[in-house]
Design a protein around this ligand. Structure first.
Ligand code: GTP
Ligand code: MG
Length: 690
C-alpha cells in the first residue's frame, strides 16, 4: 500500500526517525501479548514467533505471568520499522492489573484496543474506553481472533459503537469462504481505502489477490459508510460524495490521518494476532497515522522544547540492576553519567521483554529505564528543576480486596516490610497497612488474583514466604445498662503495701460517643494525682470487654474512693479501676457492635437490578441508585452494608457485570448485632484470647 503521509500535521513523518509509542490494551485474554509477538516478528525484532499458551512468547516472561498464562505486568519492546523507531507496551488485560494499563496509556502516542470478535463481550471495554476517551488518546480498534469469529463484522462494529463515543471507521471487510463442515471462515480482507483484496497466509504477509466478485456489494456499502463518516469532518469530501465524484485516495488518507490524530474517529481493523493476519496492515496504519511524541506532549501540555523532561510511568525493582524507573523522554536527550535536576543518571537501559539492553544515550520520544534514581517514582517527572509529580498521571483505584499477611518465619518481619514497600512502589494500586484494631498486616489491592501475584512475588523475588488469611472485622462492643461498682485493691507484702479504693458509676452513651471519663471526686477522697491512673486503668480494661472486643460508647464516672497515705500509688488505683470494670461490665448487658459501611457499587445499567439483589442478599440496606457521574450507561447503587459482607463482594460484583463493576466504601456507623452470628463472633474472640 502506498504511504501518503503528510508531515505538516504531525511534525514527524514515516522514515524521519521519529520514535513513537503504542500501547496494546484490551480485555483479559483478548490476544494482546500474542499480537505483540507477531508485531515483533513482522518487524524482524525477533526471529521466531512464540506463543503465550506454550510459554514461549517474549511477553509474559515474568514467572508470575508464565505460571498463570496471563499478563501480570507490562511487556515493553522497541523495534525499528521502515526507518522509524517504535516501542510497544503490552498491558495486562485483567481489570485487577488495570493500573499498569492506564500508566502505559498515559505515556503512549496511540492505543491499539485489542478486542474479542464477539458483540456480547464489548461491554467489558467500558472502563478502558472511558480512560482513553477522557484523555483524547488516538486509538485504533483491532478486532482480533478473526479466524474463530462467529459474529459478523458489521454486528461487531455496531456493538463497538455502543461503547465508543468516537465515530468508528471500518477500514477492512472480511472475505469469507464456506468450510467443509458447512460453516464459514475468514480467509482474507478487502482494504476499503485502496480497494485491494488480500488473502491471509498462516504466517507472513498476506497475498494480494483479485477482488472476489461476490464481495463487491458489501465492499461498496462499507466503503460508502467509511466515506460518509469522514465527510462529516471534511466539506470537500462531502461535496464529492453528494456529486457522486470518486474521491482521490490521497484525500481519504489525509482525512483519516487528521481525524484520527485529533481523536475524532477510531479506525477499526481486523486480524488474528496469533498468526500474523492483519498485523502488517495494522503496522502500516500506525506508521501512517500515529502522532509523534511532540504532538502527544502538546496534547498533554508537556514541554517539548529540547530541555530534558522524562516522565516515569513504572518502577521495577530488579535483583541485579536495583531500582529502575521506566520513563518516557518527552523532551531533550539524556546520556549516562549526565546530571538532570540534581539527579545523576547512572545507567540507562532499553527494555526488551525481560531483557535490559544497556544504552548510552536516548532521545525524545524513547522509553528508557533509569537505574538507581531512588526518588523517581511512577507519576513523577524528572527535569532540570528536579523531580515533581505529573499533574495528569492516573491515581490508583481504591482497593476492593484485602488479605491479612504474616511472615511464615518470624525473623522475616523486617524483610517483609521492606519487600512490601518495593512491591507497592512497583504497583501503586497495591497498598499495605498495619491495622491497629486487629493487629493485622493488611495487603490491599484490586482483587484476589492481584494479591496472589503480589504474594508470589514476595516469595519468589524477595524470598519472604507469607501466610495469608481473610482479614478480621474490627467488631466492637458496648453496654445496654448501667451499674455502680465498688472495688478495693489491697496487698500487704512485707514493707509498704498497695491500697486503692474506688466507686464508679457506668452508663451507656449514644452510638458514636466513644468513651467518656468523668471525675466526680469531692473533698480529695481520691487525691488528684491518682485520678489519671484510674482513667488509665479503665481505658486499659476497655481494650477487651466481656465479649472480647474493644468497648465503646459508655461513660464511667469516678464518684468516691479512699486512699492510704503510705500504701496508695498510681499502680494500685489502676488495678482498682480494672477490678471494678471486670466485676461490673458483665452486668451491664454487653452487646456486640458491627461496623456498617456506606457502599457505592457501580456497574453498567443493565446489571443494576442484579447488583441490588446482591446487596440485599448480603444484609445490605439499599439507599437508592443514580446515574454514575461521567459514565454513559452506568449506574451507582448506594447502600449500607456490614463490613463482614463487603470483604469478598468484588468477586460477585464482577461476575454479574462482565468483570467491570466496582465499588468504594466509607465507614458509616456501628450497629448492634445479636443472634447466632454474634454468638459465633464472641466464641471466636474467646478462642483467640485463649
Ligand atoms: N483463535 C485465536 N486465538 C488467539 C488469537 N490471539 C490470541 N489467541 C489466544 O488467546 C489466548 C490469550 O492470548 P494472549 O495473547 O495471552 O492474550 P492477552 O490479551 O495478552 O491476555 P492478558 O494479557 O492476560 O489479558 C491464548 O490462548 C492465545 O493463543 C487469535 O488471533 N486467534
Ligand atoms: Mg497479555
Amino acid at each position: 500500500m502506498t504511504d501518503l503521509r503528510t508531515d505538516t500535521i504531525t511534525g514527524g513523518r514515516a522514515g524521519s526517525g521519529a520514535h513513537r509509542v503504542v500501547a496494546l490494551c484490551g480485555p483479559y485474554l483478548s490476544g494482546k501479548t500474542s499480537l505483540l509477538e507477531s508485531l515483533l516478528f513482522a518487524t524482524g525484532a525477533i526471529g521466531r514467533r512464540g506463543s503465550t499458551r506454550a510459554g514461549t512468547s517474549l511477553g509474559d516472561g515474568a514467572v508470575e505471568a508464565r505460571k498463570r498464562s496471563m499478563g501480570t505486568e507490562l511487556n515493553i519492546a522497541s523495534v525499528d520499522y521502515l526507518g522509524d523507531q517504535w516501542t510497544f507496551i503490552d498491558a495486562p488485560g485483567s481489570i485487577e492489573f488495570q493500573h499498569d494499563a492506564f500508566a502505559a496509556l498515559t505515556v503512549c502516542d496511540t492505543a491499539v484496543v485489542v478486542c474479542e470478535p464477539s458483540p456480547e463481550r464489548v461491554a467489558a471495554l467500558a472502563p478502558l474506553l472511558k480512560f482513553i476517551e477522557d484523555r483524547h488518546i488516538p486509538h485504533v480498534f483491532f478486532i482480533n481472533k478473526i479466524d474463530s469469529a462467529e459474529a459478523r463484522v458489521r454486528d461487531m462494529l455496531a456493538a463497538l459503537q455502543t461503547v465508543s463515543t468516537r465515530k468508528l471507521v471500518l477500514r477492512q471487510v472480511p472475505i469469507r469462504r464456506p468450510t467443509a463442515d458447512g460453516g464459514e471462515e475468514c480467509i482474507g480482507y478487502v482494504d476499503l481505502v485502496s480497494e485491494r483484496a488480500y488473502r491471509y497466509r498462516s504466517s507472513g504477509a498476506s497475498d494480494l489477490i483479485e477482488m472476489p466478485a461476490e464481495i463487491l456489494p458489501r465492499e461498496a456499502e462499507a466503503r460508502r459508510e467509511m466515506l460518509e463518516t469522514l465527510s462529516e469532518f471534511d466539506d470537500i469530501l462531502l461535496e464529492q460524495l453528494i456529486e457522486d465524484v470518486a474521491p482521490e485516495k490521497s484525500l481519504i488518507y489525509r482525512d483519516m490521518h487528521e481525524e484520527f490524530g485529533a481523536d475524532r474517529i477510531s479506525p477499526v481493523l481486523l486480524g488474528a494476532g496469533d498468526r500474523e493476519n492483519g498485523v502488517r496492515r495494522l503496522l502500516k496504519a500506525l506508521r501512517h497515522d500515529a502522532p509523534v511524541a511532540a504532538v502527544t506532549a502538546k496534547r498533554r501540555s508537556l514541554p517539548s522544547n529540547g530541555v530534558v523532561m522524562a516522565e516515569c510511568f513504572k518502577v521495577l525493582h530488579q535483583a541485579h540492576a536495583g531500582k529502575l524507573s521506566l520513563c518516557r523522554i518527552w523532551s531533550g536527550a539524556v546520556s549516562d553519567g549526565q546530571s538532570v535536576g540534581g539527579q545523576r543518571i547512572g545507567s540507562l537501559y532499553r527494555p526488551f521483554g525481560q531483557r535490559l539492553d544497556k544504552i548510552t544515550t536516548a532521545k525524545a520520544g524513547e522509553i528508557v529505564a533509569f537505574a538507581k534514581i531512588e526518588t523517581l517514582a511512577s507519576g513523577h517527572a524528572l527535569s532540570a528543576s528536579g523531580i515533581a509529580p505529573a499533574s495528569d498521571f492516573p491515581k490508583a483505584d481504591p482497593s476492593v480486596f484485602s488479605l491479612a499477611l504474616r511472615a511464615r518465619n518470624r525473623n522475616d518481619e523486617v524483610k517483609l516490610s521492606g519487600a512490601l514497600q518495593k512491591i507497592v512502589e512497583e504497583d501503586p494500586s497495591l497498598s499495605f497497612q498495619v491495622r491497629a484494631e486487629t493487629h493485622e498486616l493488611l495487603l490491599r489491592g484490586q482483587g484476589e488474583m492481584h494479591l496472589k501475584v503480589a504474594v508470589d512475588k514476595l516469595a519468589g523475588r524477595y524470598n519472604v514466604a507469607v501466610d495469608t488469611e481473610a482479614p478480621r472485622v474490627a467488631y466492637r462492643e458496648t453496654i445496654q445498662a448501667g451499674a455502680t461498682q465498688h472495688a478495693r485493691y489491697k496487698r500487704q507484702t512485707g514493707g509498704h503495701g498497695q491500697f486503692a479504693d474506688i466507686k464508679i458509676e457506668i452508663r451507656p452513651l449514644p452510638r458514636g460517643a466513644g468513651f467518656r471519663f468523668v471525675d466526680k471526686i469531692v473533698g480529695g477522697v481520691v487525691p488528684r494525682n491518682f485520678i489519671p491512673a484510674v482513667e488509665e486503668g479503665l481505658i486499659d480494661y476497655l481494650k477487651e470487654g466481656p465479649l472480647g472486643q474493644q468497648v465503646v460508647d459508655l461513660e464511667v464516672a469516678l464518684v468516691d474512693g479512699q486512699y492510704h497515705s503510705v500504701d496508695s500509688s498510681e499502680m494500685s488505683f489502676k488495678m482498682a479501676a480494672r477490678i471494678a470494670m471486670s466485676e461490673a461490665m458483665p452486668r451491664c448487658k454487653p452487646v456486640l457492635l458491627e461496623p456498617i459501611l456506606k457502599v457505592t457499587v457501580a456497574g453498567p445499567s443493565d446489571s443494576t437490578s442484579r447488583l441490588q439483589r446482591l446487596i440485599t442478599g448480603r444484609r445490605g440496606q439499599l439507599l437508592g441508585y443514580d446515574a454514575r457521574p461521567g459514565w454513559i450507561g452506568w449506574d451507582e447503587v448506594s447502600a449500607l452494608m456490614p463490613e463482614a459482607e463487603v470483604a469478598d463482594m468484588i468477586v460477585e460484583i464482577r461476575s454479574v457485570t462482565q468483570g467491570i463493576g466496582t465499588f468504594r466504601t466509607e465507614f458509616d456507623h456501628l450497629q448492634e448485632l445479636v443472634g447466632r452470628t454474634a454468638d459465633r463472633i464472641v466464641e471466636e474472640a474467646k478462642k483467640r484470647a485463649a
